[in-house]
Write a protein that binds this ligand. Sequence first.
Ligand SMILES: C[S@@+](CC[C@H](N)C(=O)[O-])C[C@H]1O[C@@H](n2cnc3c(N)ncnc32)[C@H](O)[C@@H]1O
Length: 281
Amino acid sequence: MTGSSKGKGGGRGKSGAGKSGAGRSRPGKPVSRKTGAKRSGPGQAAAGASGGASSEGSLSGRGLKVRVKTAKRRSNSSARWLQRQLNDPYVAEAKKRGYRSRAAFKLLQMDEKHGFLAKAHRVVDLGAAPGGWTQVALERAAPDCKVVGIDLLEIEEIPGAILLQGDFLDHYAPDRLKAEMDGPADIVLSDMAAATIGHAKTDHLRIMGLVETALDFAVQILAPGGSFVSKVIQGGAEQTLLNSLKQHFTKVRHVKPPASRSDSAEMYLVATGFRGLKAGD
Ligand SMILES: C[S@@+](CC[C@H](N)C(=O)[O-])C[C@H]1O[C@@H](n2cnc3c(N)ncnc32)[C@H](O)[C@@H]1O
């Protein structure tokens, strides 16, 4: 695992951001002091506003479509991908608000509905690159919140977050995360997605392996009352995983946030009310 990157000064609330687009401000647009994401202006849907809906707002996707021709050096699938990106209202809105990924809206929408971030003081973000969920966590959690993220990929600095590059499945990764957390976590988030190989059974097993490992880690690090939010794929969790979740948490839900593409098999598990570590866990 390579080193960690902290926001300059190591704390939250410092101005400026990493080199990525998230940190650049446009004149006249207020920029979040925490993450570099732009706050919505008057009359716009507020991303961070509690209860305000507006992560969906005007994101219906209806309107003029951009068509992408298959150029000589562009395959059909990359032309389809580009066309989908260009016509995706969440991609445009993420760019406008300074979020590093459209995935940011998935966490935003789940938190608007289930409200797990507001009182969090320590958050772990597994599979954090390029940083959209980390930005949302920093914006919506308690003002003193510490966010520690990890990804296989390098993540550009986000002020206030500690970002590690490495494989969460490596045996030393949990201890490294625990050391950076320096105390029990209130939330463990996992948006980890293993690269698919197109063999449905293998792909399913790989993602379920990530979820199970993330849950084992969550049980070790969460404070009582804490939450676990994890990507799974449809039909959701398998019975043994669901049983384990119900044993550890008072409430477990399967959620498909509006920003999750309807043609994608992904879903999220939102488990709240961690019962606490028991002997034998
Ligand atoms: C959908 S992306 C996460 C997007 C992120 N939530 C955001 O909002 O920007 C999934 C990430 O999981 C990471 N990932 C997959 N397997 C991993 C592993 N074993 N350890 C760490 N990261 C992993 C991938 O590298 C990828 O960046």
